[in-house]
Structures are given as structure tokens and as C-alpha cells.
Design a protein around this ligand. Structure first.
Ligand code: TTP
Ligand code: MG
Length: 390
């Protein structure tokens, strides 16, 4: 019996049945390696168009193109109904309209897509802190046990993400699950829309062999043309060529192509640094100007921040102190650390120095400590700094 998960009710199924005994759904993911694979890529389906359809249900069953109509405009995206007639992203609008004259055209609304993107990211964060957004509508997720710290499987989290995005945000995503980034990204594109594809370790070269080389992330139009000329059409064609030949012809990318063709690639997911911070703060019962009281207040906050960093497998590269004066002015002071840290004592020492400069007799009603410039915990607190004792 192969590990199987129902994508609709999130039940792990212990039979070979074709439908879920709990909810009757046939949307099952079944694979021998399902519970071992932990690197995922999630990509929204026809992102801009899906958001527009969500907000105007009269568009739901119509071919929809998002872009600036007329003139020299190009298609930003086409919904899956319109795609049947040929329109694609980056195609001149006039050409798309020739192919699909009945298409409804809606202008892009970037502010709205950005908001949706943030909502989606918050849903990813419920599964793992190790998320690397690639663009507004796609991200890599590291769902290895060390990053999650719960007993649930990566596939369960992914099915839940997909279900939550459908119910709470109102659009759909496609999921790729594998053991490295390259394969996860490739997988998410295999069954669009509403897909959930798994690329296993076992037999990976055979799996990849029939796929077109254009499926490889990084093979753009120019490289694809060059490959056409070299009669490299499928990943199998790449597998058959000697590495030296590919390197001579495609430079450094040739090495990567060789790796990809074998199913090798990086697993490293780097959480976005700028978009997140972790902090704690407290309002005093009575305003205080005492440096000592301020420092005593931040000590437990540094512990809290350190604990949350540890739990999220992240480290902070910059310490941030926030202070609000009795007359409601907010001061924010930053200090970049020599190395990203997870340690409460290092946070405390830096925060203390920042506070010292501000505690010049003014009374404060609130103080907070946080970290920004987040990065993976593996980059934190190099042990040699502490004589190998840490
Ligand atoms: P994509 O994920 O490439 O495309 P998509 O989400 O529309 O469709 P798919 O189901 O194939 O993933 O890009 C995300 C959004 O980025 C897309 O909705 C519109 C925008 N975009 C452009 O503005 N120009 C482009 O050339 C592309 C490719 C995308
Ligand atoms: Mg997309």
C-alpha cells in the first residue's frame, strides 16, 4: 500500500481505493515517497486572472485576459479558458485578441495582487517559517521535519495550504513536491491548474527523460533555440551528452544542465529577509526614564525573541529597539550585528547600547526589542567566534 493523502479532507488513506472513504473525493495524491519528500514549490494558477475572476463572478466561465487593451499592450496573463485558444503571457494584445476575439480584457490592479500575495504568504507561514518567495505568486517551501517541528507530513501541509488558499483567498494553486528546488519547481508546472505533482528520487532520470528541456527553470527562449539547433529536445537528450560537450557549448550553465538532467540540485531555501521581523514589546504601567528599568524590561523580551527565532529556525542580522516617549513619539533604532544571531545575550547587549544613547532623561511609556534581516539559523553564531565552546 502506498502512502496516500486525500487533498480535499486531508485524511491519510490506508487502502488502495481510488476514492477517499471519508469524503468520497477522487483527488488523491499517492506515492511511495510521499512522506519522505520535503521541498515544495507552490505557484498560483493564472494568478492575476484568478484574482479578477474571484472579484467579478460574471467572468468565471469566460475567457479572460489581464493586460492593457489595444495599442502596443501585452498580455500579463490569460485564464485557463482563454489559453485554450492560444493567448499567453507576454504576447502582444492584438495577437491574443486575434486568437481569442471573445476574451474579456481587464487591466491589471497591482495593489490588489500584492495584497493577495501577502495573504498567501501568511498561509505558507502556518506550515513553515522557511519560505522563499520567488515572485508575488510563487514560493519555495522547506517542509523538512527540522523546520516544522510537528508530526504532520509535508504533503498534509501542502494540501492544507492549497485548500486554505481556495477557501480563504478564493484562488487556486499548483504544488510541486520533491527533494530539491529544481524538481519541486518543475513538478508544480506539470499538472496545472489545481495540480499536486510529486517527483521521487527513485527512477528520477527515467521520469525526467521524456520532458522537454524547456521545462528546466533557466532555459529561456534564447537557450531553447540554441538547444533546438543542437537537437537537444528532451531532458533525455541532455542525459545522453558528455558533460564536457555541454560545458563547451553552454558555459557554466552547461554544468547545471548536467546536474539537472540527473535530478541533482540545491535543497537550500532561503527565507526572505526584508519582509519579516520578530519582536516583543511592553508598555510600562508608569512612564520611566531609568536606564536600569529600561534594561530590565528588555531582558525577558530578548529571551522571547531568541526563543521565537529558535522555533522558526531563523536568526536575526539586525537588532531593532523601539521606544515610545511619554508624549507618544516613536523612536526606532537599529544596529547591524557582526553575525546573525539567535542568542538572547547578544540581542540584549546590542539593545542595551542602543537604549543607552536614548535614555537621556526623557520618560518612556513603551519599549520593544526585535530583530530584522532574518536568515536561516544555519548562518547564525559561528562557533569559532566563541572558541568552539558554544
Ligand atoms: P506566472 O506564475 O508565470 O503565470 P500565471 O500565474 O498567470 O499562470 P500559471 O498558472 O501558468 O502559473 O506569473 C504570475 C503572474 O505574473 C501572472 O498572473 C501575471 C504576471 N506576469 C506578467 O505580468 N508577465 C509575464 O510575462 C508573466 C510570465 C507573468
Ligand atoms: Mg502562476
Amino acid at each position: 500500500m502506498l502512502p496516500t493523502l486525500c487533498r480535499d479532507c486531508l485524511t491519510h488513506i490506508n487502502t488502495d481505493a481510488e476514492v477517499c472513504a471519508t469524503c468520497g473525493s477522487a483527488r488523491l495524491v499517492r506515492h511511495a515517497e510521499l512522506d519522505e519528500l520535503d521541498i515544495a514549490h507552490v505557484d498560483c494558477d493564472a494568478f492575476y486572472a484568478s484574482v479578477e475572476k474571484r472579484d467579478d463572478p460574471s467572468l468565471r466561465d469566460k475567457p479572460l485576459i489581464v493586460g492593457h487593451p489595444g495599442g502596443r499592450g501585452v498580455v500579463t496573463t490569460a485564464c485557463y479558458i482563454a489559453r485554450k485558444f492560444g493567448p499567453r503571457s507576454a504576447m502582444p494584445m492584438f495577437k491574443a485578441m486575434e486568437m481569442c476575439p471573445d476574451a474579456v480584457v481587464v487591466k491589471p490592479n497591482m495593489a490588489k495582487y500584492k495584497e493577495v500575495s501577502q495573504q498567501i504568504r501568511a498561509i505558507f507561514h502556518e506550515a513553515t517559517p522557511v519560505i522563499e518567495p520567488v515572485s508575488m505568486d510563487e514560493a519555495y517551501l522547506d517542509l523538512s521535519a527540522e523546520t516544522r517541528g510537528d508530526g504532520l507530513t509535508p504533503a498534509w501541509h501542502l494540501a492544507r495550504i492549497s485548500r486554505r488558499i481556495e477557501t480563504d483567498v478564493g484562488i487556486s494553486v499548483s504544488i510541486g513536491l520533491s527533494y530539491n528546488r529544481f524538481l519541486a519547481k518543475l513538478a508544480s508546472d506539470l499538472e496545472k491548474p489545481r495540480g499536486f505533482s510529486v517527483i521521487p528520487r527513485e527512477g528520477v532520470m527515467e521520469f525526467l527523460a521524456p520532458l522537454p528541456v524547456r521545462k528546466i527553470n533557466g532555459v529561456g527562449e534564447a537557450t531553447a533555440k540554441k538547444m533546438d539547433a543542437d537537437k537537444i529536445v528532451t531532458i533525455g537528450d541532455l542525459q545522453a551528452l558528455p558533460e564536457a560537450q555541454l560545458v563547451t557549448r553552454y558555459g557554466k550553465f552547461g554544468n547545471r544542465l548536467v546536474q539537472y538532467a540527473r535530478g541533482d540540485g540545491s535543497r537550500r531555501i532561503t527565507p526572505s529577509r526584508a519582509s519579516k521581523s520578530i519582536s516583543a514589546e511592553n508598555t510600562f504601567r508608569r512612564d520611566t526614564s531609568s536606564f536600569q528599568v529600561l534594561c530590565e524590561a528588555i531582558e525577558p523580551m530578548c529571551e522571547t525573541v531568541a526563543r521565537r527565532l529558535d522555533k522558526s529556525k531563523l536568526a536575526g542580522g539586525t537588532v531593532v529597539v523601539k521606544m515610545k516617549t511619554g508624549d507618544f513619539q516613536t523612536l526606532t533604532r537599529n544596529r547591524k550585528l557582526a553575525n546573525p544571531t539567535q542568542r538572547a545575550d547578544i540581542l540584549y547587549q546590542s539593545a542595551r547600547q542602543l537604549i543607552e544613547k536614548e535614555a537621556n532623561g526623557r520618560a518612556f511609556r513603551l519599549i520593544g526589542v526585535g530583530v530584522a534581516d532574518l536568515c536561516p539559523a544555519t548562518e547564525a553564531d559561528p562557533p569559532d567566534l566563541f572558541g568552539g565552546l558554544e
